[in-house]
Design a protein around this ligand. Structure first.
Ligand code: KG4
Ligand code: ZN
Length: 340
């Protein structure tokens, strides 16, 4: 007996990307992301501008996702949206749209936690990508979060470590800002680091108890280091950009690796799945692959388009919620902060 396919439309609008995707069961039929270039000149996301851009983008982005998928509105079984965490004004655009759509079509509304979605993106059916088995450890590293999560099942997750201040993405973005690079600077640091010597400059790693992280001290250390060197040589940044980027990236990777080693020791779980925008980093990807041979870990790195913010990851959680009858009423509210 073959079951009829389930079609889910998913919306993601938690920060500065307006995204929509259509899934057929656990397969992605379309995955559309409209980036907001407006924030570049401000060196960070401006919440008010982000919500306005979402308002402009949401209808054309959903339209395009449906067209690319070759699916009509009437074929949809459910609509999934990001409930939180994120910027309230941005979240409200996505949730209001999803609510109206679900009411107009008379189909279920599925509320999704953005951080759970970064983790469950690994369950999207993609050729050449293995899915982890439960339980596994997830390292979610983005512009807003840094967490190690013990994933027991789809909706049974425990945060066992997290940042006490800045997220790892902020460490990348703030370093980039110190170096005069545009926002978001993570991908640029990654690029420059490829040409540099990771041992050129030494930065001390923060001492944080257990599985928690701290990145604000590192950021200050980098700022003082660059200020001191620039006072002696005004061209210091230009002359050493690749080495600075490689050294900072190396330090961040060491911090992440040490905490993962500790988490594996504490839990006995050797399957590690990474997610969130920073997992696009080529140095992190390389280090994790090396750890497979070195420590006997099995690592899972999602397809690039499912690592940064996207709606396909919201859709895969929506699909699981649909299967488990986890529907929401139209009175469901967006949450800037949200627990698992
Ligand atoms: O998950 P995401 O798209 O949005 C949030 O939920 O925050 O993550 C964005 C973050 C930014 O800090 C960006 O600089 C960082 O991911 N990022 C990277 C790379 N690509 C994106 N950081 C380091 N290396 C990269 N290749
Ligand atoms: Zn994210």
């Amino acid at each position: 007996m073959t079951l009829d396919p389930i079609f889910i439309l998913a919306i993601e609008s938690s920060c500065d990307d307006t995204a929509a995707a259509v899934l057929q069961n656990d397969k992605v039929l379309s995955n559309v992301v409209a980036n907001q270039r407006i924030h570049e000149e401000f060196g960070g996301v401006v919440p008010e501008l982000a919500s306005r851009a979402h308002q402009q983008n949401i209808v054309p982005v959903v339209d395009l996702a449906l067209k690319k998928a070759g699916i009509s509105k009437k074929q949809l079984h459910g609509i999934a949206f990001t409930q939180g965490p994120g910027l309230m004004g941005s979240l409200l655009v996505g949730s209001s749209f999803a609510k109206s759509f679900s009411m107009a079509l008379g189909i279920p509304l599925l509320a999704v936690n953005h951080m759970q979605a970064h983790i469950l993106a690994h369950f999207i059916d993609e050729e050449g990508f293995d899915k982890p088995t439960f339980p596994f450890l997830a390292l979610t590293i983005s512009g807003g979060h840094t967490q190690i999560v013990k994933v027991n099942h789809f909706f049974d997750m425990e945060i066992i470590g997290e940042t006490t201040d800045d997220a790892v993405g902020e460490a990348f973005d703030k370093t980039a800002k110190i170096l005069g690079l545009p926002y978001p600077g993570g991908p640029l640091i990654d690029q420059f680091a490829k040409e540099g010597n990771p041992k050129a400059f030494g930065f001390t790693k923060p001492k944080v108890e257990g599985l928690n992280f701290s990145f604000s001290g590192l950021k200050t250390q980098i700022l003082y280091f660059v200020q001191k060197k620039t006072a002696l040589n005004p061209n210091f940044i230009e002359e050493n950009k690749a080495d600075i980027c490689a050294s900072v990236q190396f330090t961040i990777i060491q911090i992440l690796k040490e905490k993962l080693k500790l988490a594996v020791n504490q839990t006995g779980i050797k399957q590690i799945a990474i997610g969130g925008g920073v997992s696009a980093n080529s140095g992190i990807r390389k280090t994790l692959k090396e750890a497979e041979a070195k420590f006997g870990w099995k690592t899972f790195i999602p397809k690039f388009e499912y690592t940064t913010d996207n709606a396909a990851m919201i859709g895969i959680v929506g699909y699981q919620k649909y299967l488990h009858n986890q529907f929401e009423k139209a009175s469901v509210v967006s949450k800037a902060r949200i627990e698992f």
